[in-house]
Design a protein around this ligand. Sequence first.
Ligand SMILES: Cc1cc2nc3c(=O)[nH]c(=O)nc-3n(C[C@H](O)[C@H](O)[C@H](O)COP(=O)(O)OP(=O)(O)OC[C@H]3O[C@@H](n4cnc5c(N)ncnc54)[C@H](O)[C@@H]3O)c2cc1C
Length: 382
Amino acid sequence: MSNTPRIAIVGAGLGGACAAVLLQKAGFEVDVFEQAPAFSRLGAGIHMGPNVMKIFRRMGIEDAVAHKGSKPDFWFSRDGNSGDYMSRIKLGEFAVKEYGAPYVTIHRGDLHEFQIAALGNARLHYDKKLIECHDDGNGVDLMFEDGTRHRADIVIGADGINSKLREHMFGAEAPKDTGWIGHRALIRGDALKKYPFPFEPCVKWWTADRHMMVYYTTEARDEYYFVSGVPHPKWEYDTAFVPCSREDMKQDFAGYHPEVQALIDVAEDITKWPLFYREPLPVWSTGRIVLLGDACHPMKPHMAQGAAMAIEDGAMLARCLEETGLSDFGTAFTLYEANRRERASRVQSVSNANTWLRTQEDPAWVFGYDIFEHPLRDGTAA
Ligand SMILES: Cc1cc2nc3c(=O)[nH]c(=O)nc-3n(C[C@H](O)[C@H](O)[C@H](O)COP(=O)(O)OP(=O)(O)OC[C@H]3O[C@@H](n4cnc5c(N)ncnc54)[C@H](O)[C@@H]3O)c2cc1C
């Protein structure tokens, strides 16, 4: 150990930023290394359930997120053809009372900006793409593409589905194609005014083999967003996403309800994204390196809980390190995995099955969960 114990986090995405803020609040010295030269407001929305909003409370950003985002009163599931209601899941005031925090849908860029602003004294280093690392038993050396290096006592791999740290720990392996894609697009709120439809604040349209999730991303309801899930045998491009024509998407949603057709008609810049997954890892840490979020357990996004699991991981890891102290990081890593694996795996499996809230069900096991109140399970029992 060096004289001043240091934590390095690789990746300042939604999970890495959460871990950084909470570790820094707990008094740890934290450096965060992010490959991007800067973050921008890319066109995508995200759901943040009460389980995550309670973590944002600790991070000091709950009010800002709730104020900026939309707070739907219900999650509706509707039949993609007939428009019939398949479920009406109560959110709004009910979520605050029953689950302890609001349910928010928000633009991903706005959310991330609040997280980054909360970083406080944690040092965020942009333009630092990790290319190699070496754990010598006493510390970890990180080597970046720009030729610089950094030594840390422990390293948290929050570097997403193509994690370099995961590769270092378990060997290189490409993520697997799920055989699905997602269309994503933003819609200006005023573009909806000409239609007679309700454009509910949070609704998922379903047919047997595909769906479209739609919601507002702002409290002002001036921005609506959709993300789909559609079978697509093989991703034929080598980029993370490609533009998609309106006609192309219309073909995928032929026969869908006129409200869905209207959304495709007025959507701006539709893109399509491949959906990848990985098999579960045998362990989540080796030596001084531990993984969280998509680096550890990527999933299909159909439950809108992938980032939530990354954020919960970050919060649990911070809690465990606070409990044991950095010098006993090995116990912290064991505790962390023992208290995360079961929940993350359950969410991963429901998400992959794409059944969440399709019919009326009680979502309390996801939304009611409070990572800070949950009794810590002994790591040795894992
Ligand atoms: C279409 C779609 C819709 C989704 N909708 C939702 C939703 O509504 N709700 C939800 O909870 N989840 C949703 N998800 C899932 C969610 O986006 C991910 O689960 C989440 O982003 C994972 O967070 P993370 O912090 O683990 O990784 P990421 O957010 O991927 O962050 C990883 C970070 O690491 C950086 N990085 C990568 N490699 C390196 C390197 N070598 N060196 C330095 N930095 C590096 C990246 O630049 C990035 O900033 C969706 C996913 C998709 C594909």
